[in-house]
Design a protein around this ligand. Structure first.
Ligand SMILES: [Zn+2]
Length: 420
């Protein structure tokens, strides 16, 4: 019995270089490699592909078998490099005459119609673009970035068309301020699947309606969306009430806590000149005890124990509010009421303002104990978005930015072979 190795060698021994490349490209009949030209100086490899004389093809339109080539058109594609050789395929592509459909161009099995890249090369583009700025990917591949963007738009658009939103029940909405041209970018996220559903330009009530339309265009059902998490922006609240009237709003925990932190900071600023002991402790006051350094803990303890500053009481109120989220659900509303009564009588203007805001958003603050949803996930995605924006000074349009966000965080099925 021959060993595997000598068997391979026996096959290779019968093959010429053209057969080897045909094998590497996965070509099947009637396609074959007709010539191989290697330019060692230019580091380029040109593979010419042809079809066997007298071949018949199925009609690309209706699938009818046995259509003869009528004429051909010369085409060329960039392919994955073979080692360091920049590789191109070229072929004369036939047009067939179908009895029913008339003249139709035959599609190359290795590329999608209209593309100057092979499917494998496009797969490489998608992978690179998900991990580095498009400009860097373009430089690495030696292609102009407009060609790269064209490929990304194609696959992302096609994959989004095929997305299924039927099961979407929990949505997180967040806005992120964008630099320069697009002022605000709002993200709509499927909180259960942890995927970006929709990227919108703007942060208005109508932006939420736009999302609803997109959801419904993908088989989603606005009535099925039972929980929505957002910040306290009046535009989002009225947008949700109009577009998703049956959904319960949960105000994002991190945004609510931020409200309290801002109130502490405002209070400190207002009295820092009369209370020099507050100097230099801005960040300690915004921190939680478990993340404080020993010095900061000592400061916080002495502040709470002996300071007459309003900032000391504001800080205490902030910590007490944090404990609200630790309450058992049954006790939550009672706890919040007590906290509110304390804050509203605190004679600290910034805290009174924060307490009033909590009062206005009462049921959405309490809703967390039922829904348990937050936009923590979105904050993580936003850092991806921020990174994408920072990296991508080359984004010439909102569409490019949205495409990258979908590519990175949309959990789309981007298999080039599925999406021709
Ligand atoms: Zn046909």
């Amino acid at each position: 019995m021959r060993s595997k190795r000598s068997f391979d060698r026996a096959i290779v021994g019968r093959m010429n270089d053209r057969d080897l490349f045909a094998l590497a490209l996965g070509l099947t009949k009637p396609w074959f490699v007709s010539s191989v030209e290697l330019d060692a100086d230019q580091k380029k490899l040109e593979l010419s592909i042809d079809f066997e004389r007298g071949s018949v093809f199925p009609c690309p339109e209706c699938g009818a078998a046995g259509c003869k080539a009528y004429d051909t058109e010369q085409r060329r594609w960039r392919h994955l490099n073979f080692f360091e050789y920049e590789t191109h395929l070229s072929a004369r592509m036939p047009r067939v005459r179908c009895g029913k459909c008339g003249m139709r161009p035959v599609a190359a099995p290795w590329a999608r119609p209209g593309s100057g890249f092979t499917l494998l090369f496009e797969a490489l583009i998608l992978t690179l673009a998900a991990h580095m700025p498009v400009r860097a990917a373009a430089r690495l591949l030696g292609e102009h970035d407009t060609r790269i963007w064209r490929v990304l738009h194609h696959y992302v658009d096609r994959a989004r068309e095929g997305r299924d939103d039927r099961e979407v029940r929990q949505v997180g909405i967040d806005e992120t301020a964008s630099r320069r041209r697009f002022k605000y970018v709002s993200l709509f996220v499927d909180l259960e699947q942890a995927r970006v559903l929709y990227v919108a330009e703007g942060n208005k009530a109508s932006t939420v309606k736009e999302f609803r339309e997109d959801l419904e265009a993908h088989g989603g059902d606005a009535e099925r969306v039972a929980e929505i998490c957002c910040d306290m922006s009046p535009a989002f609240i009225s947008g949700v009430e109009a577009a998703f009237p049956q959904a319960a709003i949960t105000f994002d925990k991190f945004h609510v806590l931020q409200l309290l932190a801002n109130a502490v900071d405002k209070t400190r600023k207002a009295e820092r000149s009369e209370h020099p002991e507050l100097k230099g402790w801005r960040y300690a006051l915004l921190r939680n005890p478990e993340t404080m350094s020993d010095r900061e803990l000592d400061f916080a303890a002495s502040l709470l124990r002996s300071s007459t500053a309003k900032t000391a009481r504001a800080f205490h109120l902030r910590l007490a509010f944090r404990d609200f989220y630790e309450q058992p659900p049954k006790a939550a509303e009672r706890y919040l009421t007590r906290w509110y009564n304390w804050a509203i009588r605190s004679r600290i203007p910034a805290m009174i303002e924060a307490a009033r805001s909590i009062r206005r958003h009462w049921s959405g603050v309490l809703r967390w104990f039922v829904s348990r949803i937050t936009n923590g996930l979105l904050e993580g995605l936003n850092s991806l978005v921020q990174a994408a924006k920072a990296k991508a000074r080359g984004y010439r349009s909102f569409r490019n930015l949205a495409t990258i966000i979908y590519l990175i965080a949309g959990k789309l099925d981007l298999q080039p072979t599925h999406l021709r």
